[in-house]
Write a new protein. Structure first.
Length: 153
């Protein structure tokens, strides 16, 4: 989840290409956070050294003083930082039968290969604020061209 090296423009392009390759292959894109990883900050490094970054399984309940797991173990907490990552919620598109045999929706850029009238901005490699802005502009250009084209006879 954490990256030891710097987040450079080259690394950013590598991450985008990795996620884009997954969706071109018809796989689920996964989260951008899992592809990019997080950079260690001085504060995070200090917390790690102090033993404060402990990965635990998801708790089952929030109780008055903290959290509790199914087995009854509880932990007092003052803050819950809920980081879910990006999850594509596309079940409402199921009637369009866009998903391929590998579970994902194949896209070229943001255009759905199975139906070029549909663009998924924020899916796959465009699932970041930078990627979505760039992809949104590209999707608008493609859709304008599609709408300006003569209707098939």
């Amino acid at each position: 989840m954490f990256r030891d090296g710097p987040f450079t423009p080259d690394y950013g392009r590598e991450v985008v290409a990795k996620v884009e390759a997954r969706v071109r292959a018809g796989l689920l894109p996964g989260s951008i956070a899992s592809a990019t990883e997080l950079s260690w900050t001085p504060q995070l490094l200090e917390a790690r050294e102090r033993g404060l970054l402990l990965r635990r399984p998801m708790f089952d309940r929030i109780v008055p003083d903290g959290i509790q797991w199914r087995d009854g173990e509880a932990q007092d907490v003052e803050v819950i930082l809920w980081c879910t990552g990006f999850r594509p919620a596309l079940d409402h598109l199921a009637p369009l039968r866009l998903r391929g045999p590998r579970g994902g929706i194949v896209v070229d850029g943001t255009r759905v290969v199975a139906d070029p009238r549909i663009h998924l901005v924020g899916y796959g490699s465009s699932a970041s604020t930078v990627g979505a802005n760039r992809a949104g502009r590209a999707a608008v250009r493609e859709l304008r061209a599609l709408l300006a084209a003569p209707a098939p006879v």
